[in-house]
Design a binder for this molecule. Structure first.
Ligand SMILES: *Cc1c(COP(=O)(O)O)cnc(C)c1O
Length: 375
């Protein structure tokens, strides 16, 4: 059996090696390393794929979130509502910009923002909402968007884990995740569903004015060369990465399908295991399984991780400490938000390997080991 990895970017690369190598060489030959045709052509293809008007590439997903928030012209102390149950990048940039992250609950089935918790956290200082399409499942956008309209709030979607996912509205229309709010952000970190061979990120919007502000901010606040209208930053997608991403974008649907097929295998194998809750698939969402995350109840999770590890099966806890309990935010005593669902999930989640290159033999070995442990 091939060794089991959390992600297997090498095997995936080998299947498209010639095409990728040619594209990288072409960038070298052209020597257009900064911006240039590789970057603009990728941005255009991604905009077409997502059916969104503007794609502004940038250096990574964290920058994407930061630039998106800078574009909204918020004032220090303005409140931004976000789940605590997410990767730190979502919430860190809020504090970095001297805004106030307001942590809310997630739904225990979808792992995504709970609209009731969102509604109750709104104050006169609330300016924006950052829902996260966590693990590849869309957040309940219909409710979130309707609350945002009611209170006139911006919505920035953190789509770093769900590119290629879709949301099905109750009127039957569908939209790609990341394109429903005012701004969407994504990451091309190598292990993401659309991963580069290094860092990368992008920002999406259908709003022309926001798009030009975002492009300006990502480029030193420059409206025209050497004329700087606002304080910005330097955040660019590398041309080599863009060339690679153009190729991988053509495979994204197949990659997401491979993830779903692996998830189906796990679901079936674990269907009768009482101590395991398999990932809920919200009827409104096309889940693209960035992670396959189980809830383990009545068994010791650390022992499961150790048991799998002894059998050379990796597993991960995403994430061991929720945002509201991270030291960086300095919340304690009566400033510490009460988020029992988030805490409950944090103690019980465990993610199994999921990627595009898992074969039946590996999947069987993983499920057998998990089932042997839970008995
Ligand atoms: C990966 C990730 C990011 C940040 O992406 P980087 O490219 O690593 O900066 C942001 N939010 C979520 C939910 C992520 O998973």
């Amino acid at each position: 059996m091939r060794p089991i990895q959390m992600v297997d970017t090498k095997t995936q690369y080998l299947k498209i090696k010639q095409e990728v190598d040619d594209a990288v060489l072409q960038v070298m030959e052209s020597s257009a390393f900064i911006n240039g045709p590789a970057v603009s052509s990728f941005s255009k293809s991604l905009a077409g794929y997502l059916d969104v008007k503007h794609v502004i590439p940038c250096a990574n997903g964290t920058d994407a979130l930061q630039i998106a928030m800078m574009a909204l012209d918020l004032q220090p102390g303005d409140e931004v509502i976000t789940p605590s149950f997410t990767y730190i990048a979502t919430t860190e940039v809020i504090s970095l910009l001297r805004l106030k992250p307001v942590f809310v609950e997630v739904d225990r089935r979808t792992f995504c923002m709970d609209p009731a918790s969102l509604r109750s956290a709104i104050t006169p200082r609330t300016k924006a909402i950052v829902p996260v399409h966590l693990y590849g499942q869309a957040a309940p956008m219909e409710e979130i968007l309707s609350i945002a309209r009611e209170f006139n709030l911006y919505v920035i979607e953190d789509n770093a884990q769900a590119i290629g996912g879709r949301y099905l509205f109750s009127d039957g229309t569908q939209q790609m995740t990341g394109t429903m709010g005012h701004i969407g952000c994504t990451s091309f970190y190598p292990s993401k569903n659309l991963g580069a061979f290094g860092d990368g990120g992008a920002i999406f919007t259908n709003d022309d004015a926001l798009a030009s502000r975002i492009s300006m901010i990502a480029n030193h606040g420059q409206s025209k060369r050497y004329y700087h209208d606002v304080v910005g930053c330097n955040s660019r997608l590398d041309a080599v990465q863009a060339a690679i991403l153009s190729i991988k974008l053509k495979h994204l649907d197949a990659y997401n399908l491979a993830r779903q097929t692996a998830a189906d295998f796990y679901d079936q194998a674990f269907a009768d295991a009482a101590s395991l809750t398999t990932p809920y698939r919200a009827p409104y969402s096309k889940h693209v399984f960035h992670q396959y995350t189980l809830l383990l109840e009545g068994k010791n999770r650390d022992q499961l991780v150790a048991y799998l590890n002894e059998r050379k099966i990796p597993s991960m806890i995403y994430y061991p400490v929720p945002g509201h309990r991270q030291k960086m935010f300095g919340l304690s005593g009566n400033t510490l938000p009460v988020l029992p669902v988030t805490d409950w999930l944090t103690e019980r989640v465990v993610s199994l390997p999921i990627h595009t290159e898992l074969d039946q033999e590996q999947l069987s070995a993983i499920t057998k080991a998990v089932l042997d442990f839970v008995g």
